[in-house]
Write a protein that binds this ligand. Structure first.
Ligand code: FEO
Ligand code: CA
Ligand code: CA
Ligand code: CA
Length: 488
């Protein structure tokens, strides 16, 4: 409608300018509450992990002021400076690192106008690199994973998504280095992990039918005939864009039992030149049949399989989101400095017949990073209900600190881009993060009055822990933290 288009085209805030201050800056009229920072007791004596990323808000009794928040903890990195000293024995170092990654379930509530963590919550839970999890799907028990049906822990949890039945999908991204450090079998990582935040005793599941690669995210929607479709990026230079289509249909009445849909279906990879989704299915591809022993083998080596069937290499496919207004699919290509693509793009895909399960699609470039648009290196994406896109940027800190092509963008931030109306495609800055931080994992409450953000790796270039490059949020050492932004 015209009324919608008018509403959709203007940012609901007065845009701010790029900043290099060591602050989380917001437009006039907006405030933030720090809900949980690294090391905080999450309410059951356990500690909030490091480098928070994905947040997913789960209302309790439909409330936009009381719910559970899932938070990913991606990696330790420079956090090691504050976790142990150089002479700490390796076994102890590894145990500390393994505790600080994975995810947290926290209960949160808005009281007297401010968001706070609820202490003594019966939901509070830490998932770590040592929490046992089940494998599901074709690679479960396969020779390529060592015939196992369960594996130890999750880490490198970057972004992810929400299922239609109120569980979280947490994505294992850059797992290789820590897997090697800790002596883990690397085929047990690089999967999409499902966790039920409402059941603290539930055993998480790694859904192997969704393939194994550097999973950025998992954006779930439905096909025209009611099957599940999950769009996924593989964030590395020249890697691919995937989607999973379930064999069976989603049945809302089955609730959480719908998780079995993620065990059986078809994993596709995008060939953008031909506009086709190519199935990574042993039974449908003689080339795959000649190279791989089982479908489990195909999924464990999804990148090799994708390359073999002619998938299009992309400039680091990060987050994917489906526009709730028209079902088109937005994919952030963050950059590929190897190819001289410094600022990235956001692509928009339209499936044939507007059906998410289609095997053909067309695409266009929706927005381009650079000086003209004002943003660089798009990473996490979020749609609001009006179909406006919220974009978090991720310019690497080591590059930001040099006088170079990224200088004018200053600190990473959050941008608003309308997808309809006269200003469609134009970016307006909503937030600027503290020094060397990335604003990750955005999620709105259902009433869109609160935006959750995980502020990741502030001060990550610190060399001397006594003299950190950021003091956010409390003025002493830098602490990754989840905040609730109010003022909408
Ligand atoms: Fe962990 Fe691709 O960002
Ligand atoms: Ca990311
Ligand atoms: Ca990134
Ligand atoms: Ca990140």
């Amino acid at each position: 409608t015209d009324a919608f288009k008018k509403m959709a085209q203007r940012p609901p805030f007065r845009p701010i300018s790029p900043s290099d201050q060591d602050k989380l800056l917001l437009p006039p009229g907006f405030q933030y509450d720090v809900i949980a920072a690294w090391g905080d007791d999450i309410g059951n004596g356990e500690k909030f992990g490091y480098n928070c990323d994905l947040t997913v808000y789960f209302p309790i009794k439909g409330s936009s002021e009381h719910g559970l928040l899932w938070v990913n903890h991606e990696y330790v990195g420079s956090g090691a400076l504050w976790m142990y000293t150089a002479d700490t024995p390796d076994a102890r170092k590894h145990a500390i690192e393994q505790y600080n990654v994975g995810g947290s379930v926290i209960e949160i509530k808005k009281t007297d106008g401010k968001w706070k963590l609820v202490k003594e919550s019966r939901y509070a839970r830490r998932i770590t690199a040592n929490t046992m999890m089940d494998l599901t799907g074709p690679a479960c028990g396969d020779a390529t994973v060592g015939h196992v049906t369960e594996v130890k822990g999750t880490f490198a949890n970057c972004s992810g998504g929400r299922t239609l039945w109120n569980t979280v999908l947490s994505c294992e991204e850059n797992f290789e280095e820590d897997a090697a450090r800790w002596g883990r079998n690397s085929t047990h990582y690089g999967w999409v992990v499902e966790v039920d935040p409402f059941d603290p005793t539930s055993k998480p599941r790694k859904h192997t039918a969704l393939g194994r690669f550097a999973h950025e995210n998992a954006a779930m929607t439905l096909s025209k005939d009611g099957r599940l479709v999950v769009y996924m990026g593989d964030d590395s230079n020249d890697q691919y864009f995937y989607k999973f289509v379930s064999a069976e249909k989603y049945q809302p009445a089955l609730g959480k039992a719908n998780h079995t849909l993620l065990s059986r279906g078809t994993l596709y990879v995008a060939n953008l030149g031909d506009g086709v989704w190519v199935p990574l299915d042993l039974e449908r591809s003689p080339a795959l049949k000649a190279k791989f022993a089982t479908q489990g083998d195909v999924l464990v080596h999804a990148r090799d399989a994708a390359k073999l069937v002619g998938a299009t290499p992309l400039d680091r496919p990060e987050d994917v989101e489906v526009n709730p207004r028209d079902g088109s699919v937005y994919l952030a290509l963050t950059n590929n400095t190897k190819h001289g693509n410094f600022h990235g793009q956001i692509l928009r895909l339209m499936e044939a017949g507007d059906d998410a399960a289609a095997e053909r699609f067309i695409f266009e470039v929706f927005a381009v990073g650079g000086r003209q648009s004002g943003f660089s290196c798009p990473d996490n994406l979020l749609f609001d209900k009006q179909g406006n896109l919220w974009v978090c940027t991720d310019i690497s800190s080591s590059k930001l600190n040099q006088a170079n092509t990224y200088e004018t963008f200053k600190n990473n931030g959050i941008f608003f881009i309308a997808t309809q109306g006269r200003q469609a495609g134009e970016a307006f800055q909503f937030a600027s993060g503290p020094r060397e931080a990335e604003m990750t994992g955005p999620d709105f409450t259902p009433d869109q009055r609160t935006l959750f953000i995980a502020v990741q790796h502030p001060g990550e270039e610190t060399q001397d822990p006594q003299n950190p490059t950021s003091h956010w949020p409390y003025g002493d050492m830098p602490r990754p933290a989840v905040v609730a932004i109010r003022g909408f």
